[in-house]
Design a protein around this ligand. Structure first.
Ligand SMILES: NC(=O)c1ccc[n+]([C@@H]2O[C@H](COP(=O)([O-])OP(=O)(O)OC[C@H]3O[C@@H](n4cnc5c(N)ncnc54)[C@H](O)[C@@H]3O)[C@@H](O)[C@H]2O)c1
Length: 269
């Protein structure tokens, strides 16, 4: 057991795949019921079946975090169905606007789109949840930031900026919510071979990057991470899930305002 979440209810954004799915399955394994919120085009319904197979309740919530009313409705839906929401995990995020390329600096649309999802989406979900958590004088919020806030990749200043903003927002809300016994933390994943990184490598290949063209993408990914990650291996969604489950539990009741790396030692601070 990582953390006892028996009887807890959690809403996770971007839960249909990748890190969000990993968080959902680890938290369900620790006893939480899970609301899986994602874009309607996603695969949250498949993850719901996996959560149910672990013996927990699951609901699927269609959500675009860039639409404020949908954020309000998503939180209300969980409270309606389960009577309470104990844990909010703001995990949905993007690496850029559609068509962004790792081989060139971000365009205006990358700055705007990424800010709307990665920062404003986190803030709107959080603001929608706060009245309920304040009233109950308990709750946990965990935001997905990134190692990129402290160790940015080339051409992704706009992305690194959003993730540092998530860390600043986490600290500000942690202070505001401390009198209400609500803990607010961020997890900073390192490098995971999810769609997020796969699409990035596909972009490099399409742009004719010789280091990628004609090669197995996972192999290229592994080579690159060995240069920067002391432990020399990729992180997995369940590694992030384990940290989130711990932060969501009462074992972490005296931890707030932190941004914790799960990155194989890439950033040591
Ligand atoms: N993969 C990595 O190496 C890595 C590293 C550090 C941080 N992160 C962060 O982890 C989080 C999850 O990334 P991932 O690797 O699982 O990527 P992913 O692309 O596999 O998953 C992202 C999820 O967010 C959802 N999403 C995107 N826009 C949304 C919106 N407007 N409303 C609701 N949902 C939306 C997607 O549908 C998808 O389910 C992101 O915040 C990302 O920035 C990823």
């Amino acid at each position: 057991m990582i953390a006892d979440l028996t009887g807890s209810t959690a809403l996770i954004t971007g839960a249909g795949q990748g890190i969000g799915r990993g968080i959902a399955l680890v938290m369900a394994g620790q006893g939480a019921d899970i609301a899986l919120a994602d874009l309607p085009s996603g695969t949250a319904a498949d993850v719901a079946k996996e959560v149910e197979a672990l013996g927990r309740k699951a609901i699927v919530v269609d959500l675009d975090v860039t639409i404020k009313q949908q954020c309000v409705d998503a939180i209300a839906r969980v409270i309606d169905e389960w009577g309470k929401m104990d844990i909010l995990v703001n995990n949905a995020g993007v690496a850029g606007a559609p068509g962004s390329l790792p081989t060139r600096p971000g365009r205006d649309i990358d700055w705007e789109f990424t800010w709307q999802v990665n920062v404003k989406g986190v803030a709107d979900m959080t603001e929608a949840a706060l009245p309920h958590l304040k009233e109950r004088r308990s709750g946990k919020i965990i935001n997905t930031a990134s190692v990129a806030a402290r160790a940015p990749l080339f051409n992704t200043a706009y992305y690194a900026t959003t993730k540092m903003a998530v860390i600043a927002y986490t600290q500000a809300v942690a202070k505001e919510m401390a009198p209400y016994n609500v803990n607010v933390n961020a997890v900073c994943p390192g490098r995971l071979y999810t769609a997020f990184h796969r699409d990035w490598l596909i972009g490099r290949e399409q742009a004719g990057d010789e280091a990628v063209v004609g090669r197995d993408h996972h192999e290229v990914f592994d080579e690159a991470l060995k240069e920067v990650i002391p432990l020399g291996r990729e992180q997995l969604p369940e590694d992030i899930g384990a940290m989130v489950a711990f932060l969501a539990s009462e074992s972490a009741r005296n931890i707030t305002g932190q941004s914790i790396q799960v990155d194989g030692g890439q950033v040591m601070a």
